[in-house]
Design a protein around this ligand. Structure first.
Ligand code: CMP
Length: 134
């Protein structure tokens, strides 16, 4: 079994999609091992997305991620990183395959409803970022 970190981002939380997205996750065979809802601080958003700090969209990303609550989940499934990325669809909802979470619930490349780790190594780092104190 493998783990990945999943976020339901502020846009999807604000639009009331949290329960629908959790249902999609569970119906696709993931176990939600741990979860919590946080309103991210600027420091948390900057730290979580530190890898993007030199990108032109970093300021917009941090502003968006601190604009409302984020639901944070540690997911478990065989091949969890790839499986969760497949279920989310492409980063840009306009390019996401129909039926995927970002196609159904995302707005644009910034407000794209969910986040997922991109490798097993980053999954461990990202899970520890939010759940290490539990
Ligand atoms: P996520 O998978 O959470 O990882 C980094 C995030 O940065 C990404 O989803 C998008 O929400 C955001 N992002 C990536 N590219 C852009 C862009 N060109 N403009 C604005 N936001 C972006």
């Amino acid at each position: 079994m493998n783990n990945t970190l999943a976020l339901i981002k502020p846009d999807a939380m604000q639009k009331g999609f949290k329960d629908k997205i959790r249902k999609d996750i569970m119906e696709n065979g993931f176990v939600i091992v741990e979860e919590k809802t946080l309103n991210l601080s600027i420091e948390q958003a900057e730290g979580f997305y530190a890898i993007h700090k030199d990108k032109p969209f970093f300021g917009e990303l941090v502003e968006f991620m601190t604009s409302n609550e984020t639901h944070i989940m540690k997911l478990e499934k065989e091949n969890a990183v790839v499986e969760w990325r497949d279920l989310m669809g492409a980063t840009n909802p306009a390019e996401a395959e129909s039926g995927t979470i970002r196609a159904k619930y995302g707005t644009d490349i910034s407000m794209n409803a969910t986040h997922g780790s991109d490798s097993n190594e980053n999954a461990e780092i990202e899970i520890n970022f939010f759940f290490k104190d539990l």
